[in-house]
Design a protein around this ligand. Structure first.
Ligand SMILES: [Fe+2]
Length: 351
């Protein structure tokens, strides 16, 4: 496999990031803040209280006549006010309830990510959505998502054998808030799932796989294109509830495929794929979270994963200095719909 770091102009990593590259990797020890977190599916929130957590902070969600609202249920938040729970900024968009974790004065709705393959004002069908839990801190889950080799071994039934592919290239791009990885594989043997469930007869696939992660919130977009098999994108929340538990609310972009059987079948594989990942992540977590300062037991063959660590550490350093702002490169002008190669649905225009 050729891992080629892109020399994209959006990656001014030479200075700052090179410095933080050598910094200790301490997942689960710092809560990045001032971000929107898609903590619940809209359809799961009704008139009764629903609790959600971001970095151990409890949010109580409820649907009233004006829509969904959220309250901070920490004891000190209630004590500081009139004794009542404090309202927290909450917005419904893309079929999710988003809460703001951080200083409420900075809660700009424009910071909710653009998700071109989900309708901004309409939830996806129930069969296309769900929730998985991972017994690990969210940084480990994001590394797992960026680690290509695990896909070939753990999810082989769905992905097929990359080792027999004609070529396999990886490039990545990054901003201060995101890491994007694109893997292009030529002439990869058609996977068992594609052969046996989808009935794909072509022996090989050219595949482009996209991974786009948001460092502050943990959210990610995943998408693959196959030359001779259907596919659809996935948004997954990866919300850090604690350093031991990550909640992954997910929604598939079912509108991107014309194959009605695949549209129903593929989202049903999500639980199995999540279980495969969790079987690896759960035992890994204590070795990272409880590791002594400076210890790093990971392998470093994945360039995009290493880039994620640099960018994550850079954000932590800025927030430790009291700087919670978004840098201008986070709005870099590129259209994520073009990068993911998905068609934009709904009336969702780019901000
Ligand atoms: Fe995985």
């Amino acid at each position: 496999m050729n891992a080629t770091a892109s020399s994209d102009p959006r990656s001014p990593i030479a200075g700052e990031a090179a410095q933080t590259a050598s910094a200790a990797w301490r997942p689960g020890t710092f809560a990045l803040r001032d971000a929107w977190f898609p903590v619940a599916h809209s359809r799961d929130i009704g008139a009764g209280d629903s609790l959600r957590f971001v970095h151990g902070q409890a949010f109580c969600l409820r649907r009233g006549s004006d829509g969904v609202f959220a309250e901070d249920r920490r004891p000190d938040a209630q004590a500081s006010g009139s004794g009542a729970a404090q309202r927290v900024p909450a917005i419904e968009r893309y079929g999710y309830v988003w809460v703001w974790f951080g200083d409420r004065d900075n809660a700009d709705p424009g910071l909710i990510p653009d998700i071109p393959f989900l309708h901004p004002n309409k939830p996806q069908p129930a069969y296309a959505t769900g929730t998985a839990f991972f017994d690990c801190t969210y940084e480990l889950l994001l590394e797992n998502i960026l680690d290509l080799t695990h896909i070939d071994y753990i999810h082989n039934v769905y992905s097929g054998d990359a080792e027999d592919a004609e070529s396999d290239d990886v490039e990545f791009m990054a901003t201060s808030e995101t890491v994007t990885m694109i893997r292009t594989t030529r002439k990869r043997p058609t996977s068992r799932y594609q052969r046996e469930v989808l009935g794909v007869e072509a022996p090989y696939q050219d595949q482009s796989a996209f991974t786009h992660i948001f460092i502050r919130s943990g959210m990610c977009f995943l998408h693959s294109h196959y030359s001779n098999a259907p596919s659809m994108p996935l948004m997954q929340s990866n919300t850090p509830e604690s350093s031991r538990l990550t909640r992954a609310n997910f929604a598939f972009g079912t509108q991107q495929t014309d194959d009605p059987a695949f549209r129903r079948q593929w989202p049903a594989t999500a639980a199995m794929v999540a279980a495969q990942d969790n079987s690896v992540l759960a035992p890994q977590n204590p070795r990272y979270v409880d590791a002594p300062e400076g210890a790093d037991l990971s392998t470093r063959f994945d360039a995009a994963g290493l880039e994620f660590r640099k960018r994550y550490n850079a954000l932590v350093e800025r927030q430790k200095r009291g700087d919670f702002s978004y840098l201008s490169d986070a709005e870099d002008g590129s259209d994520i719909a073009e990068i993911l190669k998905v068609k934009r649905i709904g009336s969702g225009s780019r901000r």
